[in-house]
Design a protein around this ligand. Structure first.
Ligand SMILES: NC(=O)C1=CN([C@@H]2O[C@H](COP(=O)(O)OP(=O)(O)OC[C@H]3O[C@@H](n4cnc5c(N)ncnc54)[C@H](O)[C@@H]3O)[C@@H](O)[C@H]2O)C=CC1
Ligand SMILES: O=C(O)[C@@H]1CCC=N1
Length: 274
């Protein structure tokens, strides 16, 4: 990534902190990252953790940025876009908001065309994020490369030709870390019920996730084959998976992910109205 790139974040909450934390170590001392947030505590935390500059409202530093990342809640996006519109020129705007459609954002930004919709996830904080990305037609190839470089600095990227696929991406990887944490929480609870200490349960459950995920990533075989290899006929895994199937765990996960994607579409309709 070009180290002189100036990046401003509007909104310095959870996801911005994950992106900034991932980026800060990769840009010169975080000097080129600027954050605007109406919450003084959020700004103080980010300045202290990552040494970024900050402001309570959109300012000249935002206007002077190469890239502006919109990292507020979908509900706040329209108001923020209206505040940003008078400051826009050639900057590339990255939106990380769930649901908010590119065409609506462009309209709120006074017809600005250089917009890339993205759906990152919080493992960006440790450089292991994955981001779905869709560029509006007004994005130059140079800007597309800049957007890719920013998100690649905190993990991997998946480009989509069709912006509507951002909702499924949100359901898979945007919200996905929460499903994984939920599963780990359940494993920790069971570990504790069966007599392991909290620390033992935590280490066993988390290492199982990272180890299995790494094995799946490095293997040429489908995950179903990897699963079968753990599952001895009549053994312990078989007992667990039979119990999960009887409880409809897989169907529940699939249904939940459809609900997440549907909520993304709903947010777009709810907050995209004129
Ligand atoms: N948390 C996550 O895992 C992910 C979140 N996202 C998206 O990121 C966006 C932000 O989500 P979170 O960081 O979780 O929310 P958050 O609530 O932690 O952060 C939002 C921040 O925006 C600030 N803010 C509100 N109004 C503002 C304004 N007018 N000007 C400047 N700052 C303002 C708030 O003070 C807050 O610090 C959402 O649109 C969400 O869909 C996308 C991917 C993953
Ligand atoms: O829950 C949400 O709406 C956001 C988008 C993906 C993860 N968090």
């Amino acid at each position: 990534m070009q180290t002189e790139m100036k990046i401003s974040f509007i909104g310095g909450g959870n996801m911005a902190a994950a992106l900034i934390g991932g980026l800060a170590g990769r840009l010169a001392a975080g000097a080129n990252i600027h954050v605007v947030d109406i919450n003084a505590d959020a700004l103080a935390r980010l300045a202290q953790r990552f040494g970024v500059s900050s402001a309570h409202a959109i300012d000249a530093q935002v206007a002077a940025s190469d890239v502006i990342v919109l990292a507020v809640k979908p509900q706040q996006m329209r108001e923020v876009a209206a505040q940003l519109a008078p400051h826009l020129g050639k900057q590339l705007v990255l939106s990380i908001a769930a649901g908010i459609r590119g065409a609506d954002l462009s309209r709120w930004l006074g017809g600005h065309g250089a917009i890339v919709r993205t759906m990152p996830n919080t493992p960006a904080l440790v450089g292991r994020g994955i981001t779905g990305m869709a560029a509006l037609p007004g994005v130059s190839s140079e800007q597309r490369n800049a957007a890719d470089a920013i998100l690649k600095a905190v993990g991997d990227t998946v480009w989509l030709d069709d912006e509507t696929l951002i909702d499924p991406v949100t359901a898979v990887s945007g919200s996905g870390p929460a499903y994984v944490f939920y599963f780990i929480e359940a494993m920790q609870q069971a570990a504790s019920e069966m007599g392991l200490s909290a620390e033992q349960g935590r280490r066993l459950a988390i290492a199982t996730f990272t180890g299995a995920a790494e094995l799946a990533a490095q293997s040429d075989e489908p995950v179903s084959v990897l699963r079968e290899r753990v599952t001895s006929k009549g053994g312990t895994t078989y007992a667990a998976l039979t119990s999960m199937d009887a409880s409809g765990v897989k169907e529940a996960i699939v249904k939940a992910m459809h609900a997440a994607a549907a909520r993304g579409r709903e947010l777009g309709e709810e907050f995209g109205k004129d």
